[in-house]
Design a protein around this ligand. Structure first.
Ligand code: UT7
Length: 331
C-alpha cells in the first residue's frame, strides 16, 4: 500500500464588509497613504464592527464558504482546528463553538495559538493526524479579529492589522501530493518585542492598565521586522535546499502577509520572480492566522495539481517556519 500523505482538497475564505482604508486612517492618526503604502504595501484592511461578534463569526463564515463551494457534509468532519491569536473568550474553546455552529457534530475540536504562525503550525498538526491514519477529514481554519486588541490611536500598529478568516480541508492522499516537508521554529526571547501585556494570566486586566492602553498590542516594529526578514528567508531557503528545489521548481511562495518588504526579501532569497509570489496584503493587511488560507482562497483558480508551494510565516513569540506542499487539485 502506498504511503498516505496529507493534502489540501478544498479552501474557503471570509472577510468582513467594513473597509478601513489608508485615507480613513489619515483622519484617525498622524499618518499618510504614501508612508503606509511604501513601508508596508497595505492600502486597506477589513474590520468586523458588529458588537458581540468575535473570531468565531469569521471562522464560521470561512468554513461555510468551503462547505457551500464543495458540498462537503459537515457531519463527516473528524476534527476542527481553529488557529487563532484572538479566541472569542478565555476558558471556552472557539473551535468547539465554531464546529457546532457549522454542523460538524461528529468532530472534536481545539484552538491552536502560535501568533502569526498559528496556521502554519496547524498545517503541521492536521497533516500529522492524517498521515497517522487516525482521521480522514480535518478542517483547519485560520481566523483572527485583530481589531479587538488594536489601539486605533497607535499609528505603529493600527495601520498594519485587519480581520479575516480562511479555511482548508486536509484529507489523505495516495498519489504523493500534499505536505512534503516542514521546518518549524520558535524562540521565546522574542516575546518582549510583540505582545499585548495585560489581559492574560501574567497580568490580568486592571482598570489602570486598560486606561493606559496596556491591553492593546505593542510592537517594536524594527526588531520584529529584522527578525522576520532574516528568519522567513532563512527557513524558506533551507526547505528548498533540503528538498533539492530550484527556483524553477517552485510554483508559488505563500508567505505570511505582515509587510510587503518582508515578503519581497524572502522571494529574493529564494530567487523567485514576483509572478510566483502570492500577495493580497494590499487588500487585507496583516490578518495574523488568516493570511495563508486567504491567499490560497484568492489564488485557488490559478493553482494546478502537482504545483510546488512553499509556505513561510513569522510571528510573535517569536514563532516561524516553512512548509513544502504539493497542491492536490485543479479547480
Ligand atoms: O505579523 C507579525 C510580525 N509583524 C511584522 O512582521 C511587522 C514588522 N515590522 C514592520 O512591518 C515595520 O517595522 C513597520 C511597518 C511596523 C514600521 O516600519 P519601519 O520602516 O520599521 O518604520 P519605523 O518604526 O522605523 O519608523 C520610521 C519613522 C519614525 O519616525 P522618525 O523617528 O524617523 O522621525 C516613525 O515615528 O516613521 C514613523 N512612523 C510613521 N509615520 C507615518 C511610524 N509609523 C508611522 C505611520 N505613519 N503609521
Amino acid at each position: 500500500m502506498s504511503k498516505i500523505s496529507a493534502a489540501i482538497t478544498a479552501v474557503g475564505g471570509y472577510v468582513p464588509e467594513y473597509v478601513l482604508t489608508n485615507q480613513i486612517l489619515e483622519t484617525m492618526v498622524d499618518t499618510n497613504d504614501e508612508w503606509i503604502t511604501t513601508r508596508t504595501g497595505i492600502k486597506e484592511r477589513r474590520i468586523l464592527k458588529e458588537d458581540g461578534k468575535g473570531t468565531s463569526f469569521l471562522a464560521i463564515n470561512a468554513a461555510n464558504d468551503l462547505i457551500n463551494k464543495t458540498g462537503l457534509d459537515p457531519k463527516e468532519i473528524d476534527l476542527v482546528i481553529v488557529a487563532t491569536a484572538s479566541p472569542d473568550m478565555k476558558a471556552a474553546s472557539t473551535a468547539a463553538y465554531t464546529a457546532t455552529q457549522i454542523g460538524a457534530t461528529n468532530a472534536f475540536s481545539f484552538d491552536l495559538e502560535a501568533a502569526c504562525s498559528s496556521f502554519l503550525f496547524g498545517m503541521s498538526t492536521a497533516s500529522s493526524y492524517i498521515e497517522s491514519g487516525k482521521y480522514k477529514k480535518i478542517l483547519l481554519i485560520g481566523a483572527d479579529k485583530n481589531s479587538s486588541f488594536i489601539n486605533y490611536k497607535d499609528r505603529a500598529t493600527c495601520i498594519i492589522f485587519g480581520d479575516g478568516a480562511g479555511a482548508v480541508l486536509f484529507e489523505p492522499n495516495e498519489e504523493g501530493l500534499g505536505l512534503q516537508d516542514e521546518y518549524l521554529r520558535s524562540d521565546g526571547a522574542g516575546r518582549e518585542f510583540l505582545q499585548a501585556t495585560y489581559g492574560g494570566s501574567s497580568y490580568p486586566s486592571t482598570p489602570e492598565a486598560v486606561a493606559e492602553g496596556k491591553h492593546f498590542v505593542f510592537q517594536d516594529g524594527k526588531t520584529v521586522f529584522k527578525n522576520a526578514v532574516f528568519n522567513m528567508a532563512d527557513v524558506a531557503d533551507k526547505i528548498m535546499g533540503r528538498n533539492n528545489l530550484s527556483k524553477d521548481d517552485v510554483a508559488w511562495l505563500v508567505a505570511h502577509q505582515a509587510n510587503k518588504r518582508i515578503i519581497d526579501a524572502t522571494a529574493n532569497r529564494m530567487g523567485l520572480d514576483e509572478k510566483k509570489v502570492m500577495m493580497n496584503i494590499e487588500k487585507y493587511g496583516n490578518t495574523t492566522s488568516a493570511t495563508l488560507p486567504l491567499l490560497l482562497n484568492d489564488y485557488e483558480s490559478q493553482l494546478k495539481k502537482g504545483d510546488n508551494l512553499i509556505f513561510a510565516a513569522f510571528g510573535g513569540g517569536f514563532t516561524w517556519g516553512s512548509i513544502y506542499l504539493k497542491w492536490a487539485y485543479n479547480s
